[in-house]
Design a protein around this ligand. Structure first.
Ligand code: PEP
Ligand code: MN
Length: 365
């Protein structure tokens, strides 16, 4: 679907869009004090606070509800900061509009569900308000685009997206892995769609917030959303990832806006694609090497059973010669092939020796 977007905010400079505020609105005092601190930093464009919180498990704090909208209204009146909150249902939209929230956002758990997105889109029909759409929890670009299309079809042109990382199996240093190639592909498809990085939900921890924000800017993202709380350790949701306003301002100051060689978005995107390809190939290389070692181990067992020495010089010379010749034919230098194959051979021998020793120990027992 053809889409052209308009800016979600009018900015007098080219600086990134900066959205900050607590994960959840907890009390009038907490909302107002955070906003007042943030308003002192003129780089902050939008004040965020979750009023309705989609929690993974029931019995967690699910947001203060409509009363929080009154606090956001006070934020606007008393600090001049524009406000944004998450909406997931028809009623959320109507309530937020009643209290003049400036920008609405769809959370990751909403984007993932076309029924919910459509419900919000229907409620927005005929309303002129900027909407920011977070990526779905799972790394599905089509689902993300689908949500953008549904909101766009409701007549909303002021749209931005938020990259907040993706759910994953296994351990990583992130709460939600970034999979940068996905937002980059979205940017390639829709160059005028602003992309904002939510480093808080990507990281899930404070110590790598800066590095992820910098990476986003190096990739030419258009802004960032960060969770800021006056007393992060005691926050009612997402305590581990929130930072105090002062730390947030310091983070902004330390960010390098654009690195010289990274000025051209197409260059950056292309580079990121190529780097991703390299990572994939490296993963494959590691898999293949590990498979090779497993075969060496099988050979080791076989040699042991038949009482044959591990190193058979003829065979090794044959392998090396064959590999160097094949490498040369593919533009890999002789020196390089020698070094790599010696290392591979040594590792194979180590694996075989390990197998033989293990077998001997078994016998001794
Ligand atoms: C949030 O912004 O606090 C939130 C719930 O985020 P997400 O939808 O990205 O999980
Ligand atoms: Mn949060």
């Amino acid at each position: 679907m053809e889409m052209t977007f308009q800016p979600i905010l009018e900015k007098s400079n080219n600086n990134p869009i900066v959205i900050a505020g607590p994960c959840s609105a907890e009390s009038e005092e907490q909302v107002l004090s955070t906003a007042k601190e943030l308003a002192k930093d003129d780089r902050v464009d939008l004040f965020r606070a979750g009023i309705w919180k989609p929690r993974t498990r029931p019995n967690s704090f699910e947001g203060v509800g409509v009363i929080g909208l009154k606090w956001l209204k006070r934020v606007k009146e008393e600090t001049g900061l524009k406000t944004t909150t998450e909406v997931a249902k028809r009623d959320h939209v109507f309530e937020a509009l009643k209290y003049n929230v400036d920008v609405l956002w769809l959370g990751a758990r909403t984007t993932v569900n076309p029924f919910s997105v459509q419900e919000v889109a229907d409620a927005l029909e005929g309303v002129d308000i900027p909407v920011i759409i977070k990526n779905p929890i799972n790394p599905d670009l089509k689902l993300w685009i689908g949500a953008i299309e549904r909101i766009y079809k409701a007549g909303i042109k002021r749209i931005a997206v938020i990259h907040r990382g993706f759910s994953h199996h296994g351990q990583t240093k992130y709460r939600n892995v970034p999979r940068w190639e996905i937002p980059i592909e979205l940017k390639r498809l829709y160059p005028d769609l602003p992309i904002i990085c939510d480093n808080s939900h990507i990281c899930g921890r404070r110590d790598i917030l800066q590095q992820v924000a910098q990476k986003a800017l190096d990739l030419n993202f258009d802004g960032m959303m960060t969770e800021v709380h006056p007393d992060p350790d005691n926050a009612w949701s997402d305590a581990k990832q929130q930072i105090v306003p002062k730390v947030f301002s310091d983070m902004l100051t330390e960010l390098v806006l654009r690195k010289e060689s990274f000025d051209d978005p197409m260059f950056v995107n292309k580079l990121e694609h190529l780097r991703h390809e390299i990572d994939e190939i490296d993963d494959e290389l590691i898999n293949i090497l590990s498979q090779r070692m497993k075969i060496s181990e099988a050979i080791g067992e076989y040699k042991k059973e038949n009482n044959i020495a591990i190193l058979q010089t003829n065979r090794w010379s044959e392998i090396l010669e064959r590999s160097v010749a094949k490498g040369k034919a593919q533009n890999l230098s002789e020196d390089f092939m020698n070094v790599i194959w010696m290392a591979i051979h040594q590792e194979s021998i180590n694996h075989q020796v390990r197998i033989m020793n293990a077998k001997s120990e078994e016998k001794i027992k």
